[in-house]
Design a protein around this ligand. Structure first.
Ligand code: 13P
Length: 210
């Protein structure tokens, strides 16, 4: 896709996430890898009302070179995109149920949501590390996130929200949506004994769908 098409898609997907309650107010931010740098949603912008021409652009050294001032979470996005060369985009949300799990789980936990459904496993994978609490925008979170992202496509920031990567922008958004649904199911089934996918079923999904 061209940069212009990616900008338009970012506006469309941001509006869709916002309209369905995946982000509220000015919460959440999204980055996309380009051949010559990165696109990033501007700080204090609502995902519901992004403007294609005002989306921030950063060069390959993460210097701001165009559009509005980028998200304060640029360190978070850089941590994931540098750890995962195959990732084309990162979505950070404060989506309710995933954030709730991030308030319940202990930092260091590797799988706070059990493998209940195939699409959660296919889109998010086997692990979902929980990163200890950092203040939003704190550059100190970069190292922990970078380490976790080497082996995990997505993670939960304690008391803050999910960070999800995907090969493309649409993949990252789909994964963020699946994560939120899985978190909702996990909370809905808490205290019950739901049937989880077995290790063999998880292996089968990952070897079939990657
Ligand atoms: P920005 O408005 O700087 O992108 O921050 C929003 C957010 O989600 C903080 O975690």
């Amino acid at each position: 896709m061209t940069e212009s098409e990616l900008r338009d898609l970012l506006v469309e997907l941001g509006a869709s996430l916002f309209a369905r309650g995946y982000s509220v107010g000015s919460a959440g931010n999204i980055s996309v890898r380009l051949p010559d740098g990165y696109l990033m949603t501007p700080t204090n912008s609502s995902l519901g009302r992004l403007k294609a021409e005002r989306i921030s652009k950063l060069d390959l050294d993460w210097r701001h070179i165009g559009g509005d001032k980028p998200s304060k979470e640029v360190f978070m996005h850089r941590a994931v995109l540098t750890a995962r060369p195959e990732a084309g985009a990162v979505v950070h949300l404060h989506s309710t149920h995933a954030t709730a799990i991030g308030c319940l789980a202990d930092s260091g936990e590797a799988a706070p949501i059990p493998p209940l459904t195939p699409y959660f496993v296919m889109r998010v994978g086997r692990t979902l590390p929980v990163i200890r609490y950092y203040r939003p925008g704190d550059a100190a979170m970069e190292q922990d996130i970078h380490e976790a992202a080497k082996t995990a496509r997505a993670m939960l920031l304690a008391n803050h929200g999910p960070v999800v990567s995907g090969q493309s922008l649409i993949d990252a958004v789909y994964a963020a949506e699946e994560l939120e649904e899985a978190a909702r199911l996990a909370l809905m089934l808490r205290g019950q004994s739901p049937r989880e996918l077995t290790a063999a079923q998880v292996d089968d999904l990952l070897s079939t769908f990657g």
